[in-house]
Design a protein around this ligand. Structure first.
Ligand code: MRU
Length: 348
C-alpha cells in the first residue's frame, strides 16, 4: 500500500521542468501533487504553506528559481542575471523567519554569478545542478542529525515533538523526527507524542500522519496538555526543529515551542533542538534580532471551523513563530554533532 512517505516532499520533474510539491494544506485527507512553473504560484505555495518547514522551503525555492529562470526568453547573460535577482528577491519575500529560504536563494545566486561568463544553456545546467545539490545535501544532513539525536535516546522513551519537523518539512527523514524514524527501524519502541500545534495544526495534520504511516506509536495532544503529560513523567525527551538559530543559540521555531521548552525545564525533561547547518544564522546575534512572521487573523478565528469562533471585530494575535532562549535548550543537534551551551555560532 502506498503511503505519504513514498512521495517526495519537494522534487524536480526534469521532463516538464517543474517544481513538484505535495499540497500540504490538504493533508491528511487528500494527497494532491502540484507541478509549478510560474513564479507567483511558487511564491503563493510558500506563503500559503502548501510547502512548508524551513529546509523544504529552501529546497523548493532553489528548484523554483531554476525552473523559473530556465524559461527566461533572453540570450543575454546580463539580462538573465537582472531578471534572476529580481525574481529571487520576490521569492525571498514569501516568508521572513526561516533562514533556509534566503540561504538557498543566495547559493543559487552565487552559482549564477560565479558562472556568468558561460553560455546560457550551461548556466541553466549549473543552476539545476545546484538546486539538486541543495536537495540531496538536505537528505544527508537530516540522516546525520537522526544518528546524532538517537545516541541521546533510550529504548521505550516517550518523545514529544511540536509542529512538523518531519519528512514533510524536509527532503527526507525530517530533523526532529529523523531519530524517530531510525529508532523505529532499529526496534527502539518509542512512544511519540505530537502537539496538535495551534493554529495551523501541523502536529495533528502532518506529524501524526507521517509517523503513524510509518507504523509508529503516535498520540496527538492539544498544545495545552503538555504540562500535564510531563508532570505525569511520560516524556523522556523533547525533540523539535527550528527555523533560525542565532549566534548565541537562541532559536526561532513554531509558535508554542518556547512554552514546551519552559515546561520541560520545570520538569527536568531534556529539550533538544535539531538544526541542519542551513538553519544556523550567525549574522543574527540573538533571538531579538530574528524577524517573526505575523499571519492573518482568520487562521485563528475561522479557518478550521464551520462558523467563526470569535467575534468579527476582535483583535487577534497570530505570530507564526516564537523565540526559545538558549538557556532552555539542553543541546542543539546538527549533522556535525551535539552542541551544548555556551553557543557561539560563527560564519564558516
Ligand atoms: O509554519 P511552518 O509550518 O513552516 O513551521 C514549521 C516549523 O516551525 C518547523 O518546526 C521548522 O520549520 C523546522 S522543519 C525541519
Amino acid at each position: 500500500m502506498s503511503s505519504i512517505l513514498d512521495h517526495d516532499t519537494v522534487s524536480l520533474d526534469e521532463g516538464k521542468n517543474a517544481l513538484v510539491i505535495i499540497d500540504q494544506t490538504l493533508l491528511p485527507t487528500r494527497t494532491v501533487m502540484l507541478k509549478l512553473t510560474d513564479l507567483k504560484d511558487i511564491w503563493d505555495a510558500i506563503y500559503l504553506l502548501k510547502v512548508r518547514g524551513a529546509p523544504a522551503i529552501g529546497v523548493a525555492a532553489a528548484i523554483g528559481m531554476y525552473v523559473v529562470s530556465s524559461r527566461y526568453d533572453t540570450d543575454d547573460n546580463d539580462e538573465f542575471l537582472t531578471r534572476f535577482i529580481k525574481d529571487k528577491e520576490y521569492l525571498n519575500s514569501s516568508r521572513p523567519t526561516a533562514v533556509n529560504l534566503s540561504w538557498a536563494l543566495n547559493r543559487m545566486e552565487k552559482v549564477l554569478r560565479d558562472n556568468i561568463g558561460l553560455p546560457l544553456s550551461d548556466l541553466k545546467n549549473r543552476l539545476k545542478e545546484e538546486s539538486l545539490a541543495i536537495l540531496n545535501e538536505d537528505k544527508d544532513m537530516c540522516y546525520r542529525i537522526g544518528e546524532n539525536a538517537l545516541s541521546l535516546l533510550n529504548k521505550g522513551d516517550g518523545l514529544l515533538t511540536h509542529c512538523n519537523a518531519g519528512q514533510l518539512a524536509t527532503s527526507k527523514y525530517g530533523t526532529a523526527t529523523s531519530a524517530m524514524y531510525l529508532g523505529h527501524q532499529r526496534g527502539y519502541g518509542f512512544k511519540i507524542y505530537c502537539d496538535e500545534t495551534r493554529p495551523l495544526l501541523q502536529g495533528a495534520r502532518l506529524t501524526s500522519y507521517e509517523l503513524s504511516s510509518a507504523g509508529m506509536d503516535v498520540t496527538v495532544l492539544c498544545d495545552n496538555m503538555v504540562s500535564s503529560l510531563m508532570r505525569e513523567g511520560r516524556i523522556n525527551a523533547v525533540l523539535v526543529g527550528c527555523d533560525r538559530v542565532a549566534a548565541n543559540g537562541d532559536v526561532a521555531n513554531k509558535i508554542g515551542t518556547s512554552v514546551v521548552a519552559t515546561v520541560a525545564k520545570r520538569y527536568g525533561v531534556p529539550f533538544y533542538v535539531c538544526a541542519p547547518s542551513s538553519t544556523i544564522d550567525p549574522s543574527v546575534k540573538c533571538g531579538n534580532d530574528i524577524v517573526i512572521e505575523q499571519r492573518p487573523a482568520d487562521e485563528v478565528t475561522k479557518m478550521w471551523y464551520k462558523e467563526p469562533m470569535a467575534p468579527d471585530n476582535v483583535k487577534v494575535y497570530n505570530p507564526a513563530f516564537d523565540i526559545t532562549d538558549n538557556e532552555l535548550i539542553t543541546a542543539i543537534i546538527t549533522e556535525r554533532g551535539i552542541l551544548r551551551a555556551p553557543y557561539e555560532f560563527k560564519n564558516t
